[in-house]
Ligand binder design. Structure first.
Ligand code: ATP
Ligand code: MG
Length: 428
Protein backbone atom coordinates (compact mmCIF):
# COMPACT_ATOMS: atom_id res chain seq x y z
CA UNK A 1 0.00 0.00 0.00
CA UNK A 2 1.46 3.37 -1.02
CA UNK A 3 1.97 6.21 1.43
CA UNK A 4 -0.78 8.77 1.46
CA UNK A 5 0.56 12.23 0.75
CA UNK A 6 -0.93 15.72 0.92
CA UNK A 7 -3.05 16.61 -2.10
CA UNK A 8 -1.44 18.44 -5.01
CA UNK A 9 -1.52 22.19 -4.43
CA UNK A 10 -1.87 21.85 -0.65
CA UNK A 11 0.99 22.09 1.79
CA UNK A 12 1.89 21.51 5.41
CA UNK A 13 3.20 24.48 7.33
CA UNK A 14 5.82 23.06 9.66
CA UNK A 15 7.25 24.63 12.86
CA UNK A 16 10.19 26.41 11.18
CA UNK A 17 7.80 28.22 8.88
CA UNK A 18 4.90 28.68 11.29
CA UNK A 19 6.92 31.22 13.26
CA UNK A 20 6.68 33.55 10.28
CA UNK A 21 2.93 33.03 10.11
CA UNK A 22 2.48 33.78 13.79
CA UNK A 23 4.63 36.87 13.51
CA UNK A 24 2.63 38.17 10.56
CA UNK A 25 -0.63 37.39 12.35
CA UNK A 26 0.42 39.28 15.45
CA UNK A 27 1.63 42.32 13.50
CA UNK A 28 -1.56 42.40 11.50
CA UNK A 29 -3.75 42.09 14.60
CA UNK A 30 -2.01 45.01 16.31
CA UNK A 31 -2.39 47.22 13.26
CA UNK A 32 -6.06 46.31 12.86
CA UNK A 33 -6.74 46.96 16.55
CA UNK A 34 -5.19 50.41 16.37
CA UNK A 35 -7.40 51.31 13.43
CA UNK A 36 -10.52 49.82 15.09
CA UNK A 37 -11.01 47.01 12.56
CA UNK A 38 -12.90 44.04 13.98
CA UNK A 39 -12.47 40.44 13.00
CA UNK A 40 -15.22 38.36 11.42
CA UNK A 41 -15.08 34.64 10.69
CA UNK A 42 -17.37 33.31 8.02
CA UNK A 43 -17.81 29.70 6.87
CA UNK A 44 -15.27 28.12 4.56
CA UNK A 45 -18.01 26.85 2.27
CA UNK A 46 -21.02 28.70 0.95
CA UNK A 47 -23.75 28.27 -1.62
CA UNK A 48 -22.18 28.28 -5.08
CA UNK A 49 -24.58 31.02 -6.19
CA UNK A 50 -22.96 33.48 -3.77
CA UNK A 51 -19.66 33.37 -5.65
CA UNK A 52 -21.28 33.21 -9.08
CA UNK A 53 -23.24 36.35 -8.34
CA UNK A 54 -20.53 38.34 -6.60
CA UNK A 55 -17.34 37.41 -8.42
CA UNK A 56 -19.06 37.07 -11.79
CA UNK A 57 -19.44 34.27 -14.31
CA UNK A 58 -16.89 35.79 -16.71
CA UNK A 59 -13.96 35.64 -14.28
CA UNK A 60 -11.26 32.97 -14.13
CA UNK A 61 -12.28 32.18 -10.57
CA UNK A 62 -15.88 31.29 -11.35
CA UNK A 63 -15.12 30.05 -14.85
CA UNK A 64 -12.45 27.51 -14.00
CA UNK A 65 -11.03 27.70 -10.50
CA UNK A 66 -13.80 26.92 -8.05
CA UNK A 67 -13.98 23.83 -5.86
CA UNK A 68 -17.66 23.11 -6.39
CA UNK A 69 -19.42 19.94 -5.36
CA UNK A 70 -22.83 18.55 -4.49
CA UNK A 71 -23.32 17.75 -0.81
CA UNK A 72 -25.41 14.81 0.39
CA UNK A 73 -28.51 16.97 0.23
CA UNK A 74 -27.83 17.67 -3.45
CA UNK A 75 -27.00 21.34 -2.83
CA UNK A 76 -24.30 23.01 -4.88
CA UNK A 77 -21.55 24.00 -2.45
CA UNK A 78 -18.30 25.86 -3.13
CA UNK A 79 -15.18 26.13 -0.99
CA UNK A 80 -14.63 29.88 -0.75
CA UNK A 81 -12.14 31.13 -3.37
CA UNK A 82 -11.85 34.53 -1.65
CA UNK A 83 -13.16 36.30 1.42
CA UNK A 84 -15.18 39.31 0.31
CA UNK A 85 -18.29 37.44 -0.84
CA UNK A 86 -18.76 35.72 2.51
CA UNK A 87 -18.15 38.89 4.51
CA UNK A 88 -20.66 40.82 2.41
CA UNK A 89 -23.20 38.00 2.72
CA UNK A 90 -22.78 38.09 6.51
CA UNK A 91 -23.03 41.89 6.50
CA UNK A 92 -26.39 41.66 4.72
CA UNK A 93 -27.68 38.61 6.60
CA UNK A 94 -27.06 40.19 10.00
CA UNK A 95 -28.21 43.68 8.95
CA UNK A 96 -24.91 45.23 10.01
CA UNK A 97 -25.78 48.23 7.84
CA UNK A 98 -28.71 48.97 10.15
CA UNK A 99 -26.20 49.79 12.88
CA UNK A 100 -25.64 52.98 10.95
CA UNK A 101 -21.94 53.50 11.35
CA UNK A 102 -19.20 52.43 9.01
CA UNK A 103 -18.24 48.78 9.51
CA UNK A 104 -14.52 48.13 9.54
CA UNK A 105 -13.99 44.40 9.29
CA UNK A 106 -11.07 42.05 8.77
CA UNK A 107 -10.82 38.31 8.16
CA UNK A 108 -8.22 35.64 7.63
CA UNK A 109 -8.11 32.01 6.68
CA UNK A 110 -7.81 29.44 3.92
CA UNK A 111 -9.13 29.98 0.41
CA UNK A 112 -9.46 27.39 -2.34
CA UNK A 113 -8.88 27.67 -6.07
CA UNK A 114 -8.32 24.91 -8.56
CA UNK A 115 -5.17 26.30 -10.19
CA UNK A 116 -1.98 24.82 -11.59
CA UNK A 117 0.26 24.63 -8.52
CA UNK A 118 3.63 26.40 -8.66
CA UNK A 119 5.75 28.57 -6.36
CA UNK A 120 3.39 31.08 -4.72
CA UNK A 121 0.31 29.46 -6.25
CA UNK A 122 -1.58 26.74 -4.43
CA UNK A 123 -5.00 25.16 -4.37
CA UNK A 124 -5.41 25.85 -0.69
CA UNK A 125 -3.83 29.17 0.26
CA UNK A 126 -4.42 31.80 2.91
CA UNK A 127 -5.49 35.38 2.82
CA UNK A 128 -5.89 38.15 5.33
CA UNK A 129 -8.18 40.91 4.18
CA UNK A 130 -10.13 43.99 5.21
CA UNK A 131 -13.49 45.38 4.15
CA UNK A 132 -14.78 48.84 5.02
CA UNK A 133 -18.51 48.97 4.42
CA UNK A 134 -20.63 52.10 4.39
CA UNK A 135 -18.30 54.91 3.35
CA UNK A 136 -18.01 56.39 -0.15
CA UNK A 137 -15.20 58.69 0.97
CA UNK A 138 -11.80 58.60 -0.75
CA UNK A 139 -10.43 58.71 2.78
CA UNK A 140 -11.71 55.16 3.27
CA UNK A 141 -9.77 54.03 0.17
CA UNK A 142 -6.64 55.67 1.50
CA UNK A 143 -7.15 54.35 5.03
CA UNK A 144 -7.15 50.75 3.80
CA UNK A 145 -4.15 51.36 1.57
CA UNK A 146 -2.34 52.93 4.53
CA UNK A 147 -3.10 49.86 6.64
CA UNK A 148 -1.61 47.63 3.97
CA UNK A 149 1.42 49.90 3.90
CA UNK A 150 1.75 49.81 7.71
CA UNK A 151 1.69 46.03 7.72
CA UNK A 152 4.45 45.84 5.12
CA UNK A 153 6.55 48.44 6.92
CA UNK A 154 6.17 46.74 10.27
CA UNK A 155 7.34 43.48 8.72
CA UNK A 156 10.45 45.23 7.40
CA UNK A 157 9.61 45.45 3.69
CA UNK A 158 11.06 48.38 1.79
CA UNK A 159 10.90 47.48 -1.87
CA UNK A 160 7.30 46.56 -2.52
CA UNK A 161 5.57 48.70 -5.09
CA UNK A 162 2.01 50.02 -4.88
CA UNK A 163 0.29 50.09 -8.27
CA UNK A 164 -2.75 52.29 -8.45
CA UNK A 165 -5.49 52.91 -10.97
CA UNK A 166 -9.09 53.97 -11.23
CA UNK A 167 -11.66 52.11 -13.27
CA UNK A 168 -14.38 54.65 -12.56
CA UNK A 169 -18.04 53.86 -12.27
CA UNK A 170 -19.90 51.09 -14.06
CA UNK A 171 -20.90 53.49 -16.82
CA UNK A 172 -17.32 54.82 -17.20
CA UNK A 173 -16.27 51.26 -17.57
CA UNK A 174 -18.96 50.50 -20.07
CA UNK A 175 -17.72 53.32 -22.28
CA UNK A 176 -14.13 52.21 -21.91
CA UNK A 177 -15.10 48.63 -22.63
CA UNK A 178 -16.60 49.66 -25.96
CA UNK A 179 -13.55 51.75 -26.85
CA UNK A 180 -11.29 48.83 -26.00
CA UNK A 181 -13.34 46.35 -28.00
CA UNK A 182 -13.37 48.56 -31.08
CA UNK A 183 -9.63 49.12 -30.79
CA UNK A 184 -8.83 45.41 -30.33
CA UNK A 185 -11.29 43.82 -32.75
CA UNK A 186 -9.21 44.50 -35.91
CA UNK A 187 -6.26 42.73 -34.17
CA UNK A 188 -8.34 39.81 -32.97
CA UNK A 189 -6.46 37.14 -34.92
CA UNK A 190 -3.13 38.36 -33.53
CA UNK A 191 -4.17 38.19 -29.86
CA UNK A 192 -3.31 35.17 -27.71
CA UNK A 193 -6.05 32.57 -27.41
CA UNK A 194 -7.14 33.61 -23.90
CA UNK A 195 -7.43 37.23 -24.96
CA UNK A 196 -9.46 36.34 -28.05
CA UNK A 197 -11.82 34.53 -25.75
CA UNK A 198 -11.98 37.52 -23.38
CA UNK A 199 -12.67 40.02 -26.14
CA UNK A 200 -16.37 39.52 -25.79
CA UNK A 201 -16.62 38.03 -22.29
CA UNK A 202 -14.30 40.20 -20.21
CA UNK A 203 -12.26 42.56 -22.44
CA UNK A 204 -10.72 44.58 -19.61
CA UNK A 205 -8.98 41.46 -18.45
CA UNK A 206 -6.99 41.43 -21.71
CA UNK A 207 -4.96 44.28 -20.23
CA UNK A 208 -3.54 41.68 -17.80
CA UNK A 209 -2.26 39.44 -20.58
CA UNK A 210 1.37 38.41 -20.24
CA UNK A 211 1.57 37.44 -23.94
CA UNK A 212 4.23 39.46 -25.78
CA UNK A 213 2.33 40.07 -28.98
CA UNK A 214 -0.80 41.04 -27.09
CA UNK A 215 1.34 43.41 -25.01
CA UNK A 216 2.64 45.10 -28.17
CA UNK A 217 -0.89 45.56 -29.49
CA UNK A 218 -1.95 46.99 -26.13
CA UNK A 219 0.71 49.72 -26.28
CA UNK A 220 -1.56 51.92 -28.38
CA UNK A 221 -4.80 50.82 -26.70
CA UNK A 222 -7.14 53.46 -25.25
CA UNK A 223 -6.32 54.50 -21.69
CA UNK A 224 -8.99 53.95 -19.06
CA UNK A 225 -8.16 57.20 -17.25
CA UNK A 226 -9.16 59.11 -20.38
CA UNK A 227 -12.61 57.54 -20.18
CA UNK A 228 -13.43 58.57 -16.64
CA UNK A 229 -16.24 61.07 -16.05
CA UNK A 230 -15.11 64.39 -14.50
CA UNK A 231 -16.47 63.23 -11.11
CA UNK A 232 -14.56 59.96 -11.24
CA UNK A 233 -11.43 61.82 -12.33
CA UNK A 234 -11.78 64.27 -9.42
CA UNK A 235 -12.25 61.39 -7.03
CA UNK A 236 -9.12 59.68 -8.29
CA UNK A 237 -7.17 62.94 -7.93
CA UNK A 238 -8.31 63.14 -4.31
CA UNK A 239 -7.12 59.62 -3.57
CA UNK A 240 -3.72 60.49 -4.99
CA UNK A 241 -3.56 63.72 -3.02
CA UNK A 242 -4.34 61.91 0.24
CA UNK A 243 -1.69 59.29 -0.48
CA UNK A 244 0.80 62.08 -1.16
CA UNK A 245 -0.15 63.71 2.14
CA UNK A 246 0.69 60.46 3.93
CA UNK A 247 3.95 60.07 2.05
CA UNK A 248 2.85 56.75 0.56
CA UNK A 249 4.46 56.31 -2.82
CA UNK A 250 2.72 54.63 -5.72
CA UNK A 251 2.85 54.28 -9.46
CA UNK A 252 -0.15 54.75 -11.69
CA UNK A 253 -0.68 51.65 -13.76
CA UNK A 254 -3.45 52.18 -16.30
CA UNK A 255 -3.35 48.48 -17.22
CA UNK A 256 -4.43 47.49 -13.73
CA UNK A 257 -8.10 46.53 -13.84
CA UNK A 258 -8.40 43.51 -11.49
CA UNK A 259 -10.19 40.39 -12.54
CA UNK A 260 -13.33 40.72 -10.48
CA UNK A 261 -16.49 42.29 -11.85
CA UNK A 262 -17.50 44.15 -8.74
CA UNK A 263 -14.74 46.76 -8.55
CA UNK A 264 -15.38 50.48 -9.09
CA UNK A 265 -13.09 53.53 -8.87
CA UNK A 266 -9.89 52.78 -6.96
CA UNK A 267 -8.05 49.55 -7.70
CA UNK A 268 -4.57 48.68 -6.46
CA UNK A 269 -2.02 45.92 -6.20
CA UNK A 270 1.16 45.50 -4.23
CA UNK A 271 3.84 43.77 -6.28
CA UNK A 272 7.32 42.53 -5.60
CA UNK A 273 10.16 42.08 -8.04
CA UNK A 274 11.37 39.13 -5.94
CA UNK A 275 8.49 36.75 -6.50
CA UNK A 276 9.00 35.75 -10.15
CA UNK A 277 5.81 35.13 -12.06
CA UNK A 278 3.58 35.32 -8.96
CA UNK A 279 4.50 38.94 -8.28
CA UNK A 280 1.32 40.18 -6.65
CA UNK A 281 1.37 40.01 -2.87
CA UNK A 282 -2.00 41.61 -2.36
CA UNK A 283 -4.69 43.54 -4.11
CA UNK A 284 -7.89 45.39 -3.55
CA UNK A 285 -10.15 48.19 -4.48
CA UNK A 286 -13.53 49.81 -4.13
CA UNK A 287 -16.65 47.79 -4.83
CA UNK A 288 -19.61 50.08 -4.49
CA UNK A 289 -21.99 47.81 -6.40
CA UNK A 290 -21.51 44.51 -4.62
CA UNK A 291 -23.70 44.80 -1.53
CA UNK A 292 -26.77 45.80 -3.53
CA UNK A 293 -25.93 43.22 -6.19
CA UNK A 294 -26.23 40.59 -3.45
CA UNK A 295 -29.58 41.97 -2.32
CA UNK A 296 -28.44 44.27 0.47
CA UNK A 297 -28.95 48.02 0.90
CA UNK A 298 -26.92 50.28 -1.37
CA UNK A 299 -23.59 50.32 0.47
CA UNK A 300 -20.28 51.68 -0.80
CA UNK A 301 -17.32 49.53 0.20
CA UNK A 302 -13.58 49.18 -0.18
CA UNK A 303 -11.13 46.44 0.80
CA UNK A 304 -8.10 44.34 0.01
CA UNK A 305 -6.65 40.87 0.49
CA UNK A 306 -3.07 39.77 1.05
CA UNK A 307 -1.87 36.33 -0.02
CA UNK A 308 0.02 35.05 2.99
CA UNK A 309 2.04 32.35 1.24
CA UNK A 310 3.57 34.93 -1.08
CA UNK A 311 4.14 37.40 1.74
CA UNK A 312 5.87 34.75 3.82
CA UNK A 313 7.98 33.55 0.90
CA UNK A 314 9.31 37.11 0.70
CA UNK A 315 9.78 37.42 4.46
CA UNK A 316 11.88 34.28 4.53
CA UNK A 317 14.14 35.76 1.86
CA UNK A 318 14.32 39.01 3.78
CA UNK A 319 15.30 37.82 7.24
CA UNK A 320 15.84 34.85 9.48
CA UNK A 321 13.58 34.75 12.51
CA UNK A 322 15.18 33.86 15.83
CA UNK A 323 14.15 30.52 17.30
CA UNK A 324 11.94 30.79 20.35
CA UNK A 325 14.05 30.97 23.49
CA UNK A 326 14.02 28.40 26.27
CA UNK A 327 14.66 29.44 29.85
CA UNK A 328 15.34 26.06 31.46
CA UNK A 329 16.31 22.67 30.11
CA UNK A 330 15.50 20.03 32.70
CA UNK A 331 17.57 16.86 32.88
CA UNK A 332 16.90 14.00 35.28
CA UNK A 333 17.86 10.41 35.87
CA UNK A 334 16.50 7.81 38.29
CA UNK A 335 12.85 7.11 38.98
CA UNK A 336 12.37 9.51 41.93
CA UNK A 337 14.24 12.29 40.14
CA UNK A 338 12.24 11.78 36.97
CA UNK A 339 8.97 11.99 38.89
CA UNK A 340 10.08 15.17 40.68
CA UNK A 341 11.25 16.74 37.41
CA UNK A 342 7.68 16.76 36.15
CA UNK A 343 6.58 18.70 39.24
CA UNK A 344 9.45 21.16 38.86
CA UNK A 345 8.65 21.73 35.18
CA UNK A 346 5.03 22.47 36.08
CA UNK A 347 6.00 24.81 38.93
CA UNK A 348 8.32 26.83 36.70
CA UNK A 349 5.88 26.97 33.78
CA UNK A 350 3.22 28.30 36.13
CA UNK A 351 5.72 31.02 37.08
CA UNK A 352 5.90 31.97 33.40
CA UNK A 353 9.17 30.28 32.42
CA UNK A 354 9.70 28.28 29.24
CA UNK A 355 10.85 24.84 30.26
CA UNK A 356 11.88 21.88 28.14
CA UNK A 357 11.95 18.58 30.00
CA UNK A 358 14.25 15.84 28.73
CA UNK A 359 12.17 12.67 28.52
CA UNK A 360 14.89 10.31 27.34
CA UNK A 361 16.07 8.83 30.63
CA UNK A 362 19.49 8.48 28.96
CA UNK A 363 22.89 9.05 30.59
CA UNK A 364 23.49 12.53 32.02
CA UNK A 365 26.21 13.21 29.44
CA UNK A 366 23.76 12.84 26.57
CA UNK A 367 21.15 14.95 28.28
CA UNK A 368 23.72 17.71 28.96
CA UNK A 369 24.62 17.79 25.26
CA UNK A 370 21.00 18.33 24.38
CA UNK A 371 20.75 21.03 27.04
CA UNK A 372 23.66 22.88 25.39
CA UNK A 373 22.11 22.58 21.96
CA UNK A 374 18.70 23.77 23.20
CA UNK A 375 19.93 27.33 23.70
CA UNK A 376 18.42 27.37 27.19
CA UNK A 377 19.68 29.96 29.66
CA UNK A 378 20.18 27.34 32.33
CA UNK A 379 20.09 23.62 32.87
CA UNK A 380 18.29 22.13 35.85
CA UNK A 381 19.76 18.86 37.06
CA UNK A 382 18.09 16.19 39.15
CA UNK A 383 19.83 12.98 40.10
CA UNK A 384 19.37 10.53 42.98
CA UNK A 385 21.12 12.87 45.43
CA UNK A 386 18.95 15.87 44.54
CA UNK A 387 15.85 13.68 44.67
CA UNK A 388 16.74 12.54 48.16
CA UNK A 389 17.46 16.05 49.43
CA UNK A 390 14.54 17.62 47.50
CA UNK A 391 16.86 20.07 45.77
CA UNK A 392 17.79 20.82 42.20
CA UNK A 393 21.11 21.90 40.70
CA UNK A 394 20.85 25.00 38.56
CA UNK A 395 23.68 25.46 36.06
CA UNK A 396 23.95 28.65 34.00
CA UNK A 397 24.97 27.42 30.58
CA UNK A 398 26.95 30.48 29.50
CA UNK A 399 29.17 30.76 32.60
CA UNK A 400 29.05 27.22 33.96
CA UNK A 401 28.20 28.63 37.41
CA UNK A 402 26.14 26.24 39.46
CA UNK A 403 24.03 26.45 42.61
CA UNK A 404 21.73 24.16 44.56
CA UNK A 405 18.14 25.33 45.17
CA UNK A 406 15.58 23.70 47.43
CA UNK A 407 12.67 22.58 45.28
CA UNK A 408 10.16 24.28 47.55
CA UNK A 409 12.05 27.59 47.16
CA UNK A 410 11.55 27.71 43.38
CA UNK A 411 8.46 29.94 43.46
CA UNK A 412 10.10 32.41 45.86
CA UNK A 413 13.30 32.75 43.82
CA UNK A 414 11.39 32.99 40.53
CA UNK A 415 11.75 36.76 40.27
CA UNK A 416 15.46 36.65 40.96
CA UNK A 417 15.90 33.96 38.27
CA UNK A 418 13.83 35.96 35.83
CA UNK A 419 16.06 38.99 36.30
CA UNK A 420 19.20 36.91 35.85
CA UNK A 421 17.89 35.43 32.59
CA UNK A 422 16.88 38.88 31.43
CA UNK A 423 20.35 40.30 32.11
CA UNK A 424 21.99 37.33 30.41
CA UNK A 425 19.96 37.85 27.24
CA UNK A 426 20.48 41.61 27.26
CA UNK A 427 24.25 41.03 27.31
CA UNK A 428 24.08 38.79 24.27
P1 ATP B 1 -3.11 36.10 -9.59
O1 ATP B 1 -3.18 37.13 -10.67
O2 ATP B 1 -1.72 35.88 -9.06
O3 ATP B 1 -3.82 34.83 -9.93
P2 ATP B 1 -5.46 37.05 -8.31
O4 ATP B 1 -5.76 38.31 -9.01
O5 ATP B 1 -6.19 35.81 -8.71
O6 ATP B 1 -3.89 36.75 -8.36
P3 ATP B 1 -6.71 37.93 -5.87
O7 ATP B 1 -7.97 37.23 -6.16
O8 ATP B 1 -6.64 39.39 -6.00
O9 ATP B 1 -5.54 37.27 -6.74
O10 ATP B 1 -6.18 37.52 -4.42
C1 ATP B 1 -5.36 38.37 -3.63
C2 ATP B 1 -4.04 37.71 -3.32
O11 ATP B 1 -4.22 36.35 -2.94
C3 ATP B 1 -3.09 37.61 -4.49
O12 ATP B 1 -2.41 38.81 -4.68
C4 ATP B 1 -2.16 36.51 -4.07
O13 ATP B 1 -1.17 36.98 -3.18
C5 ATP B 1 -3.09 35.59 -3.32
N1 ATP B 1 -3.49 34.45 -4.17
C6 ATP B 1 -4.45 34.40 -5.12
N2 ATP B 1 -4.52 33.17 -5.66
C7 ATP B 1 -3.58 32.41 -5.03
C8 ATP B 1 -3.16 31.04 -5.10
N3 ATP B 1 -3.75 30.18 -5.92
N4 ATP B 1 -2.17 30.63 -4.30
C9 ATP B 1 -1.56 31.48 -3.43
N5 ATP B 1 -1.91 32.76 -3.31
C10 ATP B 1 -2.90 33.23 -4.07
MG1 MG C 1 -5.76 34.21 -9.95
Amino acid sequence: MGLIQALRGTRDILPDEIRYWQWVESVVRTIFDRATYQEVRTPIFEQTALFERSIGEATDIVGKEMYTFKDRGDRSITLRPEGTAGVVRAFIEHSLAAQGSVQRLWYGGPMFRYERPQAGRYRQFHQIGVEVLGSPSPRADVEVIALFNDILQNLGFKTLELNLNSIGTLSDRQRYREALISYLTPYKQELDADSQDRLTRNPLRILDSKDERTQIILKEAPNILEHLSPDSQARFDQVQQLLNDLGISYVINTRLVRGLDYYTHTVFEIVSADLGAQATVGAGGRYDGLVSELGGPDTPAVGWAIGLERLILLLQQLQALPHPTIDFYLVSRGSRAEAQSLVIAQTLRQQGFTVEMDLSGSAFGKQFKRADRSGAAACLILGDEEAASQTVQLKWLTTGEQEAIAQTDLPSVANKLREQIHRLRANH
